[in-house]
Design a protein around this ligand. Structure first.
Ligand code: HEM
Length: 217
């Protein structure tokens, strides 16, 4: 009996142990784990099936967690590169434009804070229902159902679907030098990079739900 209690305690601790950082409540609009986030229309079982098809293994989750301490103090520099890509790509910058068609600095800055937290959340690879629910929310925020609402922006109504998965490539290609900058071996860098490609593509697939006709996701 005593043994069972100890085993239960150990299991609970293990369950809580992934490098999970509590949601950062001071970031405006960041609402992972908050009660106002709707339940995702996909389950943890759906996620497991999707990961299986993407060859996303436990080793990929470990590689993402390994990347967290490497990336944590480089978040701002990474965002500079990603924002630089968006700023130099008119096809993308238009989605951050204001009603007059000019880049909306306040909107860009507000989203940037949540984007920084997203880097850490992605590296946590803590795929529970709260995370799934927030993926659905992020998808809604890219689509016409919820874009602009969080930051009261007056920008274009939606990010066109085709660019969501496309951005996986610049995001993960430009991440690689940051993964390599702290002395990890080339094979470890490859392993972390491959995990990041899968993790970002996985999320953009989940984000696509609001764009897909009912029953066709
Ligand atoms: C790999 C693809 C992408 C990733 C990883 C990504 C990541 C993110 C993240 C983390 C957020 C903030 C979510 C939150 O509110 O907590 C966000 C919001 C946003 N993203 Fe993306 N994004 C991607 C594709 C795109 C593309 C192609 C565009 C086009 C420029 C874009 C424009 C925006 C905009 C405008 C917002 C603010 C939406 C709102 O009004 O709430 N994103 N994105």
């Amino acid at each position: 009996m005593k043994h069972t209690t100890l085993a239960c305690l150990a299991a609970m601790l293990l369950l809580q142990s992934p490098a999970w950082s509590a949601p950062e409540p001071t970031i405006p609009g960041y609402s992972l784990g908050q009660p106002q986030v709707a339940r995702a229309p996909y389950s943890e079982a759906d996620l497991a099936a999707l990961k299986k098809v993407m060859l996303f293994s436990d080793d990929d989750a470990l590689a993402l967690r390994q990347s967290k301490p490497i990336l944590a103090d480089q978040v701002d520099a990474i965002l500079d590169v990603w924002y630089g890509f968006v700023a130099s790509t008119p096809e993308l910058l238009r989605y951050f434009s204001d009603a007059a068609g000019k880049p909306d600095a306040a909107y860009l800055a507000a989203v940037r804070k949540r984007f920084g937290q997203w880097i850490l959340d992605t590296a946590d690879a803590n795929y529970d229902q709260r995370w799934l629910d927030y993926q659905y929310e992020i998808g809604l925020r890219h689509s016409r159902l919820k874009k602009n609402r969080t930051d009261s922006a007056r920008s274009v109504a939606q990010i066109d679907f085709r660019y969501l998965s496309a951005l996986t490539i610049p995001v993960t290609t430009t991440l690689k030098p940051f993964l390599a900058s702290k002395g990890a071996s080339p094979s470890e860098v490859e392993r972390m990079h491959a995990a990041w490609v899968k993790a970002v593509l996985l999320q953009t697939i989940l984000w696509s739900h609001p764009y897909v006709r009912d029953g066709q996701f």
